[in-house]
Structures are given as C-alpha cells and as structure tokens.
Design a protein around this ligand. Structure first.
Ligand code: ZN
Length: 514
C-alpha cells in the first residue's frame, strides 16, 4: 500500500464557495478538527487577500502543531512576504505559489508570454524558498496547458527549489483518462521529477473530481488536494471523504491508502456544514443523511438478514454512531463537560458556563439532548466568544394567523447598553421579525440568504438558521439555534449583525494601529 498525502483546502478553496464567510474562530475550530481527522496539510487561507484572512491564517499557524499549515500566494513578492508573516509561528509552515500556464490564462488574464511566465515562476519560487523549506508550485489551469510547456516550466521550478508540483484541473474540465495521462507524461518527461511530490487538485464541474483524482494517483500523484463535503468554487472540489473511503472499501483493487481517521469523517463533515451553512444533500455519498438508509422492503429485509447484502460501508466506519448517548434534565455540569470533551472541544471556564446554561435551558423543553444538540450548542459558544459588546435579544413576540397581518415586537439591548423596542408588520412572520430587528439596528442591513434546518430528527429537534446579510456594504453570515424556528431565525440575524460589529471593532482597529 502506498500512502497518499492529503492536502485539505476546505479553509481556502472551500471558503471561496459562494455564500461562505467564516470568521476566525470558526476557521480555528475547523482547523482543529482537520488536525484530528489526520490531514497531512491544511491550506489555511490566502493571507494577502484580506486582513481577516491574514489574521485567521496566523491564528491557525500558531495553534496547529501536528499538521503542516500552508498558505496560498500569487507569484508576487508581496503575497509571499505576507504569507511568511502569517506562517512564521507555525510548527511546519509551507507555501503554495500559483501561476497560470494555459494559453487562455497567460494571454488574457496575465498578459504575459510563456517565457515571461516561466521567468516569473522561477524567480518567485526562488524567492519563496529563501523563507520556506516547503514550497508547492501550482500550474494554474494545468489541464488546459500545453504539455511540453508544462514539462519545461516544471523542470525549471524544481531546480529553483519547489518541493511539491501541483497540476490543478482548475475549471473541472479534464477526464480520468486524460488527467492520468498528463501525470504519466510529466513523470516520464521531467528529468528531475523524482525530487518532488506530485499533487492533483480537481474541481467537480463535470462530476468527475473523485474519478480524476484517483486516475492521477494511479499515474504517479502522491498528494491529493480537496475539501470536506466537496465544497469549493462553483461545483466544488474533490470530496476527501469519498476518496478516502473508496481507497479503504476497495483495498482489494487499489493499492493506496490515506492517513485519515475515517471515524472522524461524520464529525468533520457536520462541523463544516454547520459552520459554512452549506448542508450536504441527503443522497451525498458517505456523509448524506440517506447514505446508510435502506428504504425498499427487499433491501431492508436483506440488511436485517445480513447487512452486507446491501451495505458496502458500515456507518461506524465513518463515525456515524447509532447508539447516541443522551443527556437530560438531571445531567450535571460534569457529565456535560465530559461529553463535550469527547468531541475534542476544550472550553474555558467562561465558555463552559455559557454552554452549560444553554444546555440547561434546552432541557427545560427537550427530554433527551442528543450529541448533535450538544455539538450545536458547543460550537455556538466556541465560535462566538468575543469580549466586544454586541446587540442582545431581550424579548420578542410574533403574532401570526392566516387571517391577520403578521406583526412582530422586539426588544433589543444595543452595544451601547440602551434597551430599544419596536413593532412592524409584514406579509410573513419571519419577515416581520426581521424588519423589526432591522429597524432597531443602527447599521444598514440587507438580507441576502435565509435557511432553516433541523438538528437531528424528532418533533422536538433543535432548529438551526443560517443567514447571509450585507451590513454597511460588507457580507457577513450568521447562525442561530433554538427550539423554536422564529427564535433561531432572530438569533441568526443578530448573530450576523454582531459579527459585523466584532469584525469592525477588532480587525479594523488593528489595521489602523499598523
Ligand atoms: Zn481550486
């Protein structure tokens, strides 16, 4: 079995998914989970793209110890310098420098000749190598590039000090056979290719990302780049969990394995969907709600007689546990703390108090609190702890009837400590609630997206709402959970507004000081 390295880019390519907007704490929680999951490398972000991204990459670099933390950089000194600033505290820092090599990108986007592109790639890899011992170089849009040109530039970039060569299928255009042949061609043509690791990076525009990545591996790639749940630009990236489980289940056929802890898949997937607001479809392979559900009578009967009749993967293998341990009204602080600790979450005393209070409130209405509920509460506290004073929902009431105009009354505490109140009517109850909150918030707010989901099953399941707002021209996401859908919706809205406030008060202040 050869060990294939896993390069996770959930926090960079995944975070580029439309509508996804993670804050620093959320990125840190995902990074911690990726470390537990056992990825070899995590691409934490693109520090030159924004101050917020820089801060997040730095926080991850300073926290994560067992996984190499990597940052993306264009082939310019500015990006490489900033990446080093963000990563210098990391245990195993690495940089990922990219430059497009396809005729269409070189001509229209870069406005450079192939010779100029080659010169830039070599000089920037040389420059990056002065600071980083690990330098990955990506030929952006490799699958639409001239193969001979690719071979030439790769040879030079390796001489300049690159340690990993990545051939991304940036636009999700290639096919398994073609992509495999590209890897074989590069491996057989580039004389110094043995000095580096070869990496594949596939997008799923044609639904071929997993097949393409496997073809690359069969033809010499030793590293696969992808994301959890396959999130990413457009149709997304390769789903790392699908690839890893395919290697495991078909180990009779494939001679590859990954170092991923497969029983952490479910938790990693849940965390990423919860924090990004990108829920996976029910029939998604490995992590979809229906991935282990057998509906037809014949299938059910077969599974009862012998699970292997229709089940090729056991839920336990990927961390889907059937024996949920419930906590309830009489569970104490200790039981609560221990349970949360099993998720790998460490609370400060203050966070523990907040989370335990929320848990107690929930047990007033819900008899059995599931792991999903606990995880939701824990993440809410973990990703929202900030000393900045924010808007707080004091009280609200919504009147709805099929024959009346829905009306909401809301009482809020503002960041300045004032208590304000207003009522508004609108065609729908959520709309009335949102209009009222909007009227009380000083910021200019526009609602872009609204989602409502249930956490786990049952009629007393927690509701979880995700919103995307544009606050004073800046896009922010918010999340809220509660037993009632309206309360979850109100919390999500305020959470987004508060995130804007935290962002402005913390990051921009630092920017001014600098
Ligand atoms: Zn990509």
């Amino acid at each position: 079995m050869s060990l294939i390295k896993i390069f996770d880019t959930t926090l960079r390519d995944g975070e580029q998914s439309p509508g996804v907007n993670l804050n620093k704490q959320e990125k840190l929680e995902i990074a911690r989970q990726l470390e537990r999951f056992g990825v070899d490398r995590m691409e934490a972000g693109f520090p030159a793209s924004s101050k917020g991204d820089f801060e997040a990459v730095k926080a991850i670099a300073d926290t994560i110890k067992n996984t190499s933390v990597i940052a993306l950089a264009r082939a310019v000194k500015f990006d490489i310098d900033i990446a080093w600033d963000a990563l210098k505290g990391a245990e195993k820092p690495a940089i990922h420098v990219f430059l497009a090599t396809s005729p269409i990108h070189m001509t229209y986007k870069l406005k450079k000749t192939p010779e100029e592109v080659m010169e830039t790639a070599v000089s920037m890899v040389t420059y990056a190598k002065e600071r980083f011992s690990e330098v990955e170089w990506s030929a952006e849009d490799a699958t639409r590039s001239d193969w001979n040109f690719l071979a030439q530039i790769i040879e030079k970039v390796i001489d300049a000090g690159a340690t990993v060569i990545n051939l991304p299928d940036t636009v999700g255009y290639t096919t398994p056979k073609e992509y495999g042949e590209l890897f074989r061609f590069i491996r057989e043509t580039v004389p110094n290719i043995d000095q580096v690791a070869l990496s594949c990076h596939c997008h799923n525009d044609l639904g071929l990302a997993v097949a393409n990545s496997i073809a690359a591996v069969e033809n010499g790639a030793t590293q696969v780049e992808g994301t959890i749940n396959g999130i990413g630009e457009r149709a997304g990236n390769v789903s790392l969990e699908e690839l890893a489980v395919a290697f495991k289940i078909r180990s009779d056929f494939y001679s590859f394995e990954t170092g991923l802890k497969l029983n952490e898949i479910k938790r990693t997937s849940d965390l990423v969907s919860k924090l990004t607001g990108m829920y996976v479809q029910a029939n998604k392979a490995i992590v979809g709600r229906n991935a282990f559900a057998h509906e037809s009578g014949i299938h059910q009967d077969g599974v009862l007689k012998n699970a292997e009749t229709y089940e090729i993967i056991t839920p336990e293998m990927v961390g889907v546990s059937s024996n949920n341990l419930f906590l309830g009204k009489h569970s104490g602080r200790h039981a609560f703390k221990d349970r949360v600790k099993e998720f790998g979450i460490e609370f400060t005393e203050d966070e523990l108090k907040q989370a335990f209070d929320q848990f107690k409130k929930l047990t007033d209405h819900k008899k059995e609190v599931t792991d999903d509920d606990l995880y939701t509460i824990a993440m809410e506290v973990k990703t929202d702890s900030s000393a900045v004073s924010k808007y707080q929902l004091e009280n609200f009431q919504v009147q709805y009837g099929t024959e009346n105009v829905p009306t909401a009354t809301v009482i809020l505490k503002t960041p300045a400590g004032d208590v304000v109140e207003n009522s508004c009517s609108a065609p729908g109850s959520v709309e009335a609630l949102y209009q009222t909150i909007d009227s009380l918030v000083e910021e200019d707010v526009k609602l872009v997206d609204y989602q409502l989901n249930s956490v786990g099953g049952g009629k007393d399941a927690l509701a979880e709402s995700h919103v995307q707002l544009v606050v004073n021209g800046e896009t922010v996401n918010g999340r809220g959970s509660a037993q009632d859908v309206l309360q979850a919706s109100a919390s999500a809205f305020l959470n987004a507004v508060n995130r804007y406030i935290i962002k402005v008060k913390t990051i921009e202040k630092k920017e001014l000081v600098k």
